[in-house]
Design a protein around this ligand. Structure first.
Ligand code: LLP
Length: 430
């Protein structure tokens, strides 16, 4: 379900005109649809209900407290990758006992903090990390629940920067070494409790095959580990892709409705194909979706500041830069760009660029799009995941505001940063 649509020529999120939000809070601003987020979560939960799977929201995708609170109230678990993410999850009302902690570089302080908070499991990525967790747990007189992240060496068919399950990636432990590592934990690391097995092969997967291949490779091992060490869970990670690249719509409402059918990877297909492989394991199954929950539930609002016509190109210069949304620059990410107010069918092929002093600062290149003129607002679509959470203060630009829409009302869930925020913590030497 997507709740962004045109009504009387105005782009709306649920029942709120985005123009109203842009004019009230200014731009750039991220706007999220509560109902879309909840719908995506519930759809996945429902599809996986034969497994009774735990849906652990990947906090990194969009970590605003209000979004985390929404997920916590809905009954989500959380997939975290830092002490900071654990801290904000707890602050938002999330249960640390439902947090799994991934990442190759957990620090001693982070491990101690996670142990104090009683997280559900550390998903460890190396033997060295496991030994560190063991030592810290021993020094605290507690037992640390652990799982090993297995790298199944499958090709995820996604952008190289977000592929994680191949041998040459830094993530996880090679499949053929995992069982020896479990034996080492069992025999040599007395302060660890073996709780599960985890994998995550990449993000923005648009085909079911890599998931099937990875589960087929790893499930027999999960079964053996259950026999040997009584593991209780198998997490298959996140990675479910969304549709970003819709062609220019003839009619906007029809376009939005057709988005779903164009999706390469339906949740239902994901569930249908994986349930038969996972169910016989008799383990608690965890999934860690980020993008699938929030990606299409958020947009980035911007204003067109200037138009510049070069010899070969038309540039639409907007007030959202790569510091606000880095996906196009970093992953060649495609985001549709549409006006907040429709006016006729004037089309143009343009580069939509930001104000940052980098040639990589663009939201779209050579894009056929509606002709959005200086002074008019636009929305960069499908920006809910890895949008705000990857933003920075580069070029000393305050970070954008964030807004959550619920039906006909909306709430500011993050104030735009002020200039004072830009220098907070900086110190002038005597
Ligand atoms: N679990 C683990 C261990 C992960 O590393 C990730 C994402 C997820 C779950 C959630 O993956 P998702 O369901 O969102 O695909 N910044 C990039 C994506 C990086 C993903 C990192 N790990 C982007 O904007 O495309």
């Amino acid at each position: 379900m997507h709740t962004f649509h045109y009504q009387d020529g105005f782009l709306c999120c649920e029942n709120v005109r985005l123009l109203h939000i842009a004019e009230t809070v200014g731009t750039p601003a991220y706007v999220y649809s509560k109902h879309t987020i909840l719908d995506h979560f519930q759809r996945l939960k429902r599809a996986l209900s034969p497994l009774g799977a735990e849906v652990a929201y990947a906090v990194k995708a969009c970590s605003n407290l209000a979004i985390l609170q929404l997920m916590a109230r809905e009954g989500a678990g959380f997939d975290i990758v830092s002490g900071g993410e654990l801290w904000r999850t707890i602050r938002a009302g999330g249960d640390p006992g439902r947090c799994t902690y991934a990442g190759v570089g957990k620090t001693e302080d982070e491990i101690r903090y996670a142990l104090e908070q009683g997280i559900y499991c550390f998903n460890a990525e190396s033997e060295a990390e496991l030994r560190t967790i063991d030592e810290i747990a021993a020094s605290m007189g507690v037992k640390a629940p652990v799982a090993v992240r297995v790298n199944p060496n499958v090709e995820a068919g996604t952008h190289q920067y977000i592929t994680t399950g191949r041998k040459e990636n830094k993530f996880g432990v090679d499949l053929d070494r995992v069982e020896a590592l479990y034996a080492a934990i069992h025999h040599e690391m007395p302060s660890l409790i073996i709780r599960g097995l985890q994998m995550h092969i990449g993000s923005q997967l648009t085909s079911i095959e890599p998931f099937v291949q990875a589960v087929n490779k790893v499930a027999p091992m999960a079964a053996r580990l259950r026999e040997l060490y009584g593991i209780e869970f198998f997490s298959i990670g996140g990675g479910i892709g969304i549709v970003y690249d819709q062609p220019l719509p003839a009619a906007f409402p029809a376009w939005w409705e057709s988005r779903e059918s164009r999706s390469h990877l339906h949740i239902e297909t994901y569930a249908e194909r994986l349930i038969p492989l996972l169910k016989p394991l008799g383990l608690r199954i965890i999934v860690e979706p980020g993008r699938m929950i929030v990606g299409n539930a958020g947009v980035l609002l911007a204003k067109c500041l200037y138009e510049k016509k070069g010899e070969s190109k038309t540039f639409k210069i907007v007030d959202a830069g790569m510091n606000d949304l880095i996906r196009p620059a970093l992953y060649q990410g495609h985001h549709e760009i549409v006006p907040l107010v429709q006016h006729g069918d004037d089309l143009v092929t343009a580069d939509v660029v930001g104000p940052i002093c980098e040639s990589g600062d663009f939201q779209a290149q050579n894009r056929p799009m509606h002709d959005i003129r200086a002074g008019e607002y636009l929305a960069v679509l499908s920006a809910g995941a890895y949008g705000f959470s990857m933003s920075s203060n580069y070029n000393s630009r305050p970070m954008a505001a964030e807004v959550l829409v619920d039906g006909g009302t909306w709430t500011l869930i993050r104030a735009r940063q002020t200039l004072e925020d830009l220098v907070r913590g900086e110190i002038l030497p005597e």
